[in-house]
Design a binder for this molecule. Structure first.
Ligand SMILES: [Zn+2]
Length: 154
């Protein structure tokens, strides 16, 4: 999923647990793996990237996604009630962290992170390896999901 989508889910989790920031962090991290199971149209993009194809567009999508996630997080932190702020922050951190670790592994290839990379893609490719949707469908699905989730958030 997009970082933006994970961030919104993490914020939602944090809002439900305003006095439990560390549980929000844990649930945020767990949510990352679970929602990644849903086919969301980026499996081919990642396969192309690892094969050295469409590398520029992969990087461009990631940068756009990351900047949008920053905007969304700024919005959350400026609208959420102050007593839930830390839990929302921790929910977002937990929900994004798995992709950050995957990114660190992608650029460094440090062996001690290999297991995490494998774990991430075990969930990510569980269904989408054989039955992924198109990138456009994945984008549309996540936009609808974001709109619904945002309507539940402050
Ligand atoms: Zn992921």
């Amino acid at each position: 999923m997009f970082i933006t989508t994970h961030a919104a889910i993490g914020a939602f989790i944090g809002e439900q647990l305003p006095t439990h920031p560390y549980i929000a962090f844990a649930f945020g991290a767990i949510s990352h793996f679970l929602v990644d199971i849903i086919p969301h149209g980026d499996t081919q993009l990642y396969k192309d990237y690892t094969a050295g194809k469409k590398v520029r567009s992969s990087i461009a999508y990631t940068v756009i996604d990351a900047v949008l996630a920053i905007f969304l997080i700024l919005f959350f932190l400026n609208t959420v009630t102050s007593d839930a702020k830390f839990a929302v922050t921790m929910g977002i951190v937990g929900s994004i962290l798995p992709d950050l670790i995957v990114g660190v592994y992608e650029v460094s290839r440090v062996t001690w992170l290999k297991w995490f990379h494998r774990l991430h893609f075990f969930f990510h490719n569980m269904i989408s390896d054989t039955r992924d949707i198109s990138f456009a469908s994945g984008l549309g699905m996540q936009l609808v999901f974001l709109a619904v989730l945002l309507s539940f958030l402050t």
